[in-house]
Design a binder for this molecule. Sequence first.
Ligand code: UD1
Length: 420
Amino acid sequence: MSHLRIVGGARLVGRVRVTGAKNSVLKLMAAALLVEGTTTLTEVPDILDVEIMAELLRRMGCDVVHDSEAGSVAVTVPAQLNHRADYDLVRRMRASICVLGPLLARCGEADVAMPGGDNIGSRGLDMHVDGLERLGAEVVSEHGYLIAKRNGPLRGTHIPLEFPSVGATETILMAAITAAGTTVIDNAAREPEIVDICTMLLAMGADIEGVGTSTLTITGVDSLRPVSHRTVSDRIVAGTWAVAAAVTQGDILIENTRAEHLEIALDKLVSAGATVLTGPDSIRVTMDRRPKSVDVVTLPYPGFPTDLQPQFITLNAIADGAAMVTENLFEARFRFVNELARLGADVRTDGHHALVRGKPMLSGAPVEATDIRAGASLVIAGLVAEGVTMVHEVHHIDRGYAGFVGQLQSLGADIQRLSL
Ligand code: UD1
């Protein structure tokens, strides 16, 4: 069990390099299942979720070599796969559901444990299931497993999504790549991570039109080939550093990132008073005063990302003024404000709205990370809280931020990882 001990008062100054996106690399690893042979991914972040996905693929019979120093993963997929994803791994990482589409396409059957709390038809998996059924699969839920089967090939069809779900778009996309005929996904998600997986699938030999738009047209192909692919940079990690610079009145050059993937979030930082300079693959955020409050409304891409919402609550907690933060994707995300309140933040929630009244100073206290982004946001809050903040349940942060503590130290933070 490890904890983070932070002494507040740092101004973060220096440079950080961002690696590949967690939310892309996990899906790219799953997409490797579509073809026999070795698929190699680069810019792979050294995070726990990559290890969990590697273990899941190994259980299916793949050989997975994760070179954390080189930042690469090589997935060698055998001719015959075991098509089962067990509960012990799926419960550790909800994103494991992304093996459902490729396993069904490749093996004709997929047995994937349901992440806790989910049922067929419940919010969370209904669009995945509906999409696969429209492609001709039979999907049932038995003994905690989602069991999808096809008799013969899946058949291309029209699939309108009622919401541009990232996960459902990926599941349907991966299932449709080798289906017979043409599949049209309407109201598809447009996140950079969706563009990334489409780019890899195209290199593998897939036929996809409309990449980056909300209509994806996929014409099934008979065969695919394994490829080498560079993972798209993690816009959420970059955004987290950008907020950290603004909150600590610092100056951070964020390298290997794409400003166009963070347009609205960076605009918000400018409204808060930061100076944002963008280059072809870098962003520099400088702040020389207390931030001003900024309202935020989360929406699917290209809207403001829900994965940066907790970081902006932290910014508003120390800002001059009051702001309304509206969460339209995951209400449970507001659970973290109870922890932020332990540091003295003034946040009142009502349904999917949070009213944040900024305070000039927070005050260090023990807090618990409730998820990946909440964890990072509590660390940022601790950096500007007076005195000592202890962040517990650090394993959440390890799931999404590679080398976080070392990077913070190199930027001048007084932070230590303690094993108790
Ligand atoms: C992914 C990201 C997550 C990010 C989110 C939105 C990964 C591993 N996670 O999650 O970090 O916050 O996109 O950008 O990539 N929904 C349904 N039915 C479904 C599917 C989703 O009702 O079948 C609902 C969900 O409950 C949620 C909303 O749609 O309220 C968004 O979900 P989705 O876009 O699918 O997000 P994830 O793929 O789970």
